[in-house]
Write a protein that binds this ligand. Sequence first.
Ligand SMILES: [Cu+2]
Length: 124
Amino acid sequence: MKKVKLIMAVVFAALMFGGVNAQTPKNVEIEIKVSSQCSMCKETIEKTLAFEKGVTKSNVDLDKDVVVVTYKPGKTTPEKIRTAISKAGYDADDVPADAKAYTNLPDCCKKPADRESDHSGHDH
Ligand SMILES: [Cu+2]
């Protein structure tokens, strides 16, 4: 009888431990390739992600054009994070930038080929 109680205690402890883990999932860190051009892009992307549900931290590395995002797995997904970045006007991995948002970006934040100062623009 004593042995049964012990086993039950162990099982109970295991369940409790598992339950606590499920309530506080470990934050996950992912890297997303973005089409950032300057420090303004860095600010825009980080600000966008700061308002994104489930995202606890983000840092754009302008040398590598990568954003490191820390998020809570139960609250959001990498897909949602990429969509948020796209809606801010930037490519996120294989998700292309939202065309409308991209058009509204300041000139310095557009890809070099699309900038108005670029010689390719003949319309003005
Ligand atoms: Cu920029």
